[in-house]
Design a protein around this ligand. Structure first.
Ligand SMILES: Cc1cc2nc3c(=O)[nH]c(=O)nc-3n(C[C@H](O)[C@H](O)[C@H](O)COP(=O)(O)OP(=O)(O)OC[C@H]3O[C@@H](n4cnc5c(N)ncnc54)[C@H](O)[C@@H]3O)c2cc1C
Length: 485
């Protein structure tokens, strides 16, 4: 019996575990190591941050699902990978540390035949002094953060009701952040809730972001088909902000957050101060800090991981000028080039470069979004890579040829712009391919038949439906496989 070991039970790791188990049940073992036994549908955290949902509506007990299914689960975090084994273990193994009550802090080696690293991001608040819920800004990246953020927002709303004007700043808290879509959703939901509470006129709303322009979203912006016309995401997004009276600052690297004040640098290298009463600022992401050793015990972390902590896979990591970037640079099999039983998916793999054009301020500060790896591509690569591994484990290596390049893959994203059953809205966007391909689609880099955007109430209903659908699927309830990634 062989073991597939999956590190991280987020959107990608959990998807991989369910699909792999469906194929391997009865023949091989699937084991998941993940530190939090509450599974979180992260896209709905923004709704926790405006009180539309409670944390218990966006989470469930993962342990129960794994127990019911027969998937082995360790509530622990991975610390170190030994892809060649070590003095005690002939087989490759991973050092893990338990986080569960009763075993917290205990360490153990877990052997594997195949490994998927799906540990997602480290929320790197430390990259900007004063950033984050332990300091001077709020976050919606975890359900716990979002819950705290909603409590603070309620106090603010109450003060506005009593006649106090407030400035709210939402966006990215560092020059290299990604996930602008999540901050955008939170901004629009805050705007919606302020209107609903009758205090919108008391609030000045600001968007601050490292994007070159509005609508970049870490994908270099895009031309979209909308109501029969083609427009650019910059124009579309600017009109949404203008309609709602939201001010925006782009090309900004937040350098420091203090009590009710932040400093940001612009591309000219000029520093600006912006004061606020409430700020929700996303952190930059890095890898979670896994290390690696070879059989002799020598450190090989840099062989497995890029400098940002994400795992190297089959991408082309040769440094290249923007003009020389190619869709072929992007990973296809997500397999490590040397250790071919080691894979990384979702946010855990190292992208070869950004998608948006890299920019630096005059003083050298990078100010551009790093590539987003949203739920749909994370789920699709999880499924395809799980199938490839299963084929290898089941003795059919010739079938293990599926690929999931972000340069050949489309994505759909529904960005909530206000959560109301009758007056809510969401921006429904599709993009194909995620990484623009100017060789195939000369004009805009993308196929305009599949790159679209609309805003409306139907989008909100779909977003709400997806919330329930994806949680149903993650609970592995009957016919879960019919719900696509
Ligand atoms: C607020 C917010 C809103 C978003 N909204 C959307 C949206 O509307 N649509 C969309 O498509 N995407 C959205 N995203 C992005 C989406 O959440 C990510 O694409 C997705 O979660 C990535 O999946 P992942 O499995 O790579 O990482 P994650 O889902 O973050 O999972 C990583 C897992 O690894 C675990 N882990 C961490 N360290 C270790 C370790 N050392 N050992 C073992 N396990 C570890 C974590 O606990 C977690 O379970 C949003 C993100 C945020 C933050």
């Amino acid at each position: 019996m062989q073991r597939l070991l999956i590190l991280g039970a987020g959107i990608s790791g959990h998807t991989a575990a369910l699909h792999a188990w469906k194929k391997l049940k009865g023949t091989h073992e699937v084991m998941v190591v993940s530190p939090n036994k509450n599974w979180n549908w992260i896209p709905s955290n923004i709704w926790v941050g405006v009180g539309f949902m409670e944390p218990k509506q966006v989470t469930f007990d993962l342990e129960k699902v794994y127990y019911k299914e027969g998937i082995h689960y360790r509530q622990a975090k991975a610390l170190e990978i030994y892809p060649e084994g070590n003095s005690e273990h002939k087989k490759p193994c991973v050092l893990i540390e338990y986080t569960s009550e009763g075993r917290r802090g205990q360490q153990e080696f877990v052997e594997y035949d195949y490994l998927i690293n799906s540990t997602g991001p480290k929320l790197n608040f430390n990259a900007t002094p004063g950033l984050g819920p332990e300091h001077h800004s709020y976050s919606v990246c975890t359900y716990g953060h979002a819950d705290e953020t909603w409590k603070a927002l309620q106090i603010l709303i109450n003060e506005m009701r009593h006649g106090q004007k407030k400035r709210i700043v939402i966006g990215t808290g560092h020059g290299t952040c990604t996930c602008q879509g999540a901050a955008f959703e939170y901004l629009f939901n805050v705007e919606y809730i302020l209107k609903k509470e009758g205090v919108r006129h008391m609030a000045e709303l600001y968007w601050i972001s490292n994007e070159a322009e509005l609508g970049d979203f870490g994908m270099g912006g895009m031309h979209i088909k909308m109501g029969g016309y083609v427009t650019h995401s910059k124009i579309f997004t600017e009109s949404l902000y203008a309609e709602r009276g939201i001010k925006w600052i782009t090309q900004a690297a937040v350098k420091e957050v203090r009590d009710k004040e932040l400093t940001y640098e612009d591309l000219d290298g000029v520093m600006h101060e912006l004061d606020f009463d409430f700020a929700m600022l996303l952190p930059p992401f890095s890898g979670v800090g896994l290390t690696a050793k070879n059989k002799a015990g020598a450190d090989i972390t840099s062989e497995l991981f890029a400098a940002n902590g994400f795992m190297k896979v089959d991408g082309d990591y040769t440094p290249k000028e923007y003009d020389n970037w190619s869709p072929e640079d992007w990973p296809k099999s997500y397999k490590h080039p040397k250790y071919d039983n080691v894979y990384a998916i979702g946010i855990a793999f190292a992208p070869p470069h950004s998608i948006s054009k890299p920019m630096k301020s005059k003083s050298g500060t990078p100010i551009f979004p790093t590539p987003p790896r949203t739920g749909m591509p994370s789920g699709v690569m999880a499924r395809e890579i799980a199938f490839n591994i299963c084929d290898r484990m089941l003795g059919n290596p010739e079938k293990a040829t599926r690929t999931a390049s972000m340069a050949k893959m489309g994505a759909a994203c529904i960005a909530s712009a206000g959560a109301g059953v009758l007056d809510g809205t969401a921006v429904s966007m599709t993009v194909y391919p995620i990484v623009p391909d100017f060789e195939t689609f000369e004009e805009t880099g993308r196929d305009l038949n599949f790159t679209t955007g609309e805003i409306g109430l139907a989008g909100h209903w779909i977003k709400h439906l997806l919330h329930h659908g994806f949680i149903y699927k993650a609970k592995a309830k009957p016919f879960w496989r019919l719900i696509p990634e």
